[in-house]
Design a protein around this ligand. Sequence first.
Ligand code: ZN
Length: 382
Amino acid sequence: MEVVKSYRIPVESPKDLVEEYFKIKQRALEYVLSKVRFSRKAHLSFSKKERRELRDSLLRGWRFSKHYVDSAMASVIGLVKGWIMLYNRGRAKEPPKVTKKTVYIKNTLFSFRDGVLKISIEPKKRYLEVDLTKYHWLPKDFDRLGGLILTEKEVIITVKKMVDLKADKWASFDVNLTNVTALIDGRVERYDLKKLYHIHRVYEIKRQKAQSLSRFKPKTSERLLQKYSRREKNRARDFVHKLTTTIARELERAGSGAILERLKGIKYRVLSGSRKQNRKLSKWNARTFQFMLEYKLKWLGLPVKYVDAKNSSRTCPLCSGHLVAHGGRLMKCEKCNLIVDRDVVAVLNLQMRGAGFPPRALNELIEREGLSGGNEILHTST
Ligand SMILES: [Zn+2]
């Protein structure tokens, strides 16, 4: 399969192109939206002739490469079509807007030779050159580059390569509010998330303060809220990036794939206040962690498997009995009296569900505790 990775490279961006592209996208959107018909179901009534007319009108006075107009139109049409689909399912609110000043750069608009990216800005006259060899952290083992995205400050490049996903072993991961527990090569590992939790808390408090301004200074409040959200995301992402890079390297050494919990929508409504906030955080952390770990592992040729995690922290990994709280972080099996750490239970169960057989750590546990892993489960004395 083909795997991808994206990187942000800071550049001296052609501000005029970014601005003009933003403007034609807005114009194109206004036009295309006027071609949406609402008879029974919404659909786009946009003839080839109208498409040509729009293109001609956008090209008037356009000094940049013509391909940019085509890419702006394609992106706007895609945006409207996506919105129509949502609308027909009753899930779209307001019509779409162009909010981001980003320019999509097709493969036809750039060349890549000897590590240098040469992007056409004005035909045969003006180029943006980016020397990618300066960025030692960029992977060198890629087959090709995908389309680029230019923003006001950076260019986002996508590298692609073909890999065969395979693993001899499987590690499992459970993301909690304050740690990630993993079972790698039979060892239980814990990665602290307190710093990440702290980042979220700090910005939550900042946002609450900004929120309290909204009655008197709505604009300032709105601006601050956006700024804090952006910074929180950046700092939190940064943290998860470092963590997943470390873990991916570890799994590469172990030659191990990853078993992750299949996340579903968590119902917040029944919860309130800080519990609700914590659930949201957990979910954000888990999604971000899984997303980043997955693409990093796939790049290394290591597969990722998602398994149903229902009751994974309440089921005994030895006898499938029901686990109950046993003080602190411990859980105790009502049936076989096994006592295990709450986080460890989840990774043991995930690994059994994903790999189809008991993990090494469980075998060691069985030996140590003198338990039988067969049909007959001996009871541990407590
Ligand atoms: Zn049990």
